[in-house]
Design a protein around this ligand. Structure first.
Ligand SMILES: [Zn+2]
Length: 259
């Protein structure tokens, strides 16, 4: 049984053929999927998908590479206050120095505001960090969030991952590890404590190696898991169990709804 902790299932790649997309999820034994929002224009679709489909959960937030306004932040706050049934996290939020379409200072301001929301409402966060692991560590350390969160689509060194883990954060393992050239990340994921890992696809983005140019799908979580099992020394049944436990510990609202 798999839970995809980060899948943009609200994107047209899936919603254009929603019934088929849901059927494929079920056939692949995907018991849960968290949709992170990128901007307020997506909130309604995401909440509706979560309401209508048992395995879908919602995360709401303002993604760092898109422009947002103060009104967007107010709208986000208001929805979180209403505490929608299947809202399990705040995300996708973070910092991005690779894609500076949004001014750095503005990224920081929105990010910090959303960390405050996570603190106020006791929700975990889905973190996007690209070329920003140093400053991200500093920000998360300062914020001291009660529920912590996941460094999504982690790419980086063992030392960088361990810094986040020592703060209580989980590492989101995705398609990056299917690329043999991603040596540093593969070596890190092979050695990190198993109790700090969760799985994700980031579909429809981040295609696996050999599938470039194709739409990534949540069903590929099975493949990500297989590659993870090859990298790790533990038996795959143990990895599967521990990852599920990690996911339900971090996203404890899923646990309450589902089990
Ligand atoms: Zn994403």
């Amino acid at each position: 049984m798999f839970i995809d902790t980060h899948c943009h299932f609200d994107f047209p790649a899936f919603t254009n053929n929603l019934n088929e997309s849901i059927n494929r999820l079920r056939q692949a034994n995907i018991a849960g999927l968290i949709i992170p929002a990128v901007s307020v224009t997506h909130y309604e679709t995401i909440l509706q998908l979560a309401n209508e489909h048992e395995e879908i959960y919602a995360a709401l937030g303002l993604h760092p590479i898109y422009q947002h306004t103060e009104t967007d932040l107010q709208q986000l706050t208001q929805i979180i206050e209403e505490s929608p049934n299947k809202l399990v996290a705040i995300g996708e939020i973070g910092l991005d120095r690779y894609n500076l379409t949004v001014d750095w200072q503005q990224q920081l301001t929105f990010f910090r505001s959303q960390l405050s929301l996570a603190k106020r409402f006791n929700l975990p966060v889905l973190i996007h960090s690209r070329k920003t692991h140093d400053v991200m560590y500093h920000e998360l350390h300062q914020a001291n969030l009660p529920c912590r969160g996941v460094i999504h689509g982690f790419s980086g060194s063992y030392q960088q991952a361990m810094q986040f883990i020592k703060l209580g954060y989980y590492i989101g393992v995705g398609g990056v590890i299917s690329y043999t050239r991603a040596n540093k990340t593969r070596n890190a994921i092979a050695k990190l404590p198993l109790e700090s890992l969760v799985l994700e696809t980031d579909a429809p983005d981040m295609p696996l190696s050999g599938q470039q140019g194709q739409i990534n799908r949540p069903e590929n979580i099975v493949e990500v898991f297989k590659i993870l099992s090859q990298l790790r020394s533990e038996p795959s049944s143990q990895i599967l169990n521990e990852i599920l436990t990690n996911t339900l510990t971090l996203f404890n609202r899923i646990n309450k709804i589902k089990f």
